[in-house]
Design a protein around this ligand. Sequence first.
Ligand SMILES: [Zn+2]
Length: 276
Amino acid sequence: MRIYLSSDMEGTAGVVDWSQCRHGQPEYAYYRTLLQAEVNAAIEGAMAGGADDFLVNDSHSTMSNLRPDELAGRARYLSGRHKPLYMMQGLDASFDGVFFVSYHGSMSGERATLSHTYNPLAISEVRLNGVVAGESGINALVALGYGVPVLLITGDETTAAELEPFCPGAVAAVVKSSVSRFAADSLHPEAAREVIEQAARTAVEALPSAEPPRIELPATLTVRMRNPDLAEMATWITGVERDPADASTVRMTDTDPIRLYRTFITVVLLTRGIAE
Ligand SMILES: [Zn+2]
């Protein structure tokens, strides 16, 4: 049984500030060890449930936050920047399930520690088929494209709730309760790992009844940028159109969920150049 694991960092128990999750910052060296332990807890839980093959796609910042030799389950490690499928690079139809570990809430959703949707400087809200989507919902498009169910998400309660409309069967491991965008009440790291390990095991054991994401096709992403200039730039990409109702909002619709995800990623990467 093959599990694909996409790891972010903001959803780790104890993490509440950008400085804790950026290379070069003094606190980062410590907090990356907490992330690593949560990733390993998910792998170990999945192993207890019968999974035996793992690919970890590091999806946070420079995408090189984990120590390969410290990964549980002899997991393969996909790291580094400039990946065409970004947070979902490496997934294909040979996998049985997807884990989202240490994910975070969307930019426009309920209070969530370090909330953002891909780029907080450029994007103020994303809706998928009219429903507010965080990175988890957007990334679920790729899982749908390959027909693989999303089994597990870890993070705060907002993160868990935001995946639910798109992947109703996924198991959530809630390891912290967000107080504000820069404060959270977190479980002790050891307790957080136990919650994740148990949830991962439960999720894998429920695999026979799991289904791919429930996202109707053709799917539409409606992206509200932080200003009309960013929206105008996004329309340089084929298939991205201005929303006639709002100068800062663009829309893209596609029958192919992976192509839709790639169009969105291109918007993220293109607008990064002028976002401030
Ligand atoms: Zn991140």
